[in-house]
Design a protein around this ligand. Structure first.
Ligand code: ADP
Length: 259
């Protein structure tokens, strides 16, 4: 991958500016800095290698050179979309899911921020915000997609089984083509962000819907409950063993199928 290949691959998309790096600390960090310097909407930071990629709670997201898609997109929300900032992670997850569908792969969303193929994590999403005083000025949506098998970290750092497109398809697709399809899908879906149709599409892709899951929040005992769906803001709706409704908000919670 290089700047030229990227420009060609993305030529038909209405995106902002593109910055490509052979190696970078974290595409989200670079995008956060650029966003404060007035990067246009849908500007893209992409790197061949990430040396300090992050998941939630500063957990590491690994991106060895030549193996994965690692990029961050800057979203400047419209006035209408400002009401739905918490849906951005769903937008990214649905865009990744749509790019996988084009490759004839069915996927599920492990709420809130991972995409699974055959029950294994193939992509992760990290949404961060740029604040201006009391309000959010823009959002940075980081995505990591495992293209080649070498993208997958050693089992020891994995908190959940992982896979790659190479493993799922038998051969690795071109990174720039997957990137194109993710961005294309995201641009198409974005105008629907505030609709019930969007929420329904997001809900329908949730892993373990209708099943018992285990929710682990930091410093709290685990909760086992049935996963029902999503609230309007993208929070997770569940029912506990006593039949009481439970809502889990975004934050550092991890979700697993109940053993
Ligand atoms: P989770 O949503 O599962 O809690 P995070 O969003 O915090 O995970 O992502 C970081 C975690 O993802 C790491 O702790 C590691 O277990 C796992 N991980 C890191 N790099 C990769 C990768 N390339 N593919 C799949 N999983 C990864």
């Amino acid at each position: 991958m290089n700047e030229h290949i990227l420009q060609n691959a993305l030529a038909d998309l209405s995106i902002g500016e593109v910055r490509y790096f052979d190696t970078i600390g974290s595409t989200n960090d670079e995008a956060l800095a650029w966003a404060t310097e007035s990067a246009p909407d849908l500007s893209l930071i992409i790197a061949d290698e990430q040396t300090t990629g992050r998941g939630r709670l500063n957990r590491k997201w690994l991106t060895p050179p030549g193996t994965a898609l690692a990029f961050s997109l800057i979203l400047r929300p419209s006035a209408a979309d400002r009401v739905h900032l918490s849906r951005a992670v769903g937008l990214a997850a649905l865009a990744i899911a749509e790019s996988l569908r084009k490759l004839h792969l069915s996927s599920q969303i492990k709420w809130p921020n991972d995409v699974l193929v055959h029950g294994r994590k193939i992509a992760g999403i990290l949404v961060e915000s740029v604040w201006s005083g009391e309000s959010i000025d823009c959002q940075v949506v980081g995505m990591g997609v495992n293209i080649r098998q070498e993208a997958i970290p050693y089992r020891v750092v994995l908190q959940f089984p992982a896979s790659s497109l190479e493993e799922a398809l038998g051969s690795a697709p071109k990174r720039e083509e997957v990137l194109h399809d993710i961005l294309f899908a995201l641009i198409e879906l974005r105008p629907k962000l505030g609709t019930d149709e969007f929420l329904k599409a997001w809900e329908e892709k949730l892993a373990w819907r209708g099943e018992q899951v285990r929710i682990q929040a930091l410093d709290e005992p685990p909760l086992t409950a049935k996963l029902l769906g999503l609230d309007s803001d993208g929070s997770l709706r569940l029912r506990d063993e006593h039949g009481n409704p439970v809502t889990v908000h975004f934050g550092d919670v991890s979700l697993r199928p109940a053993a």
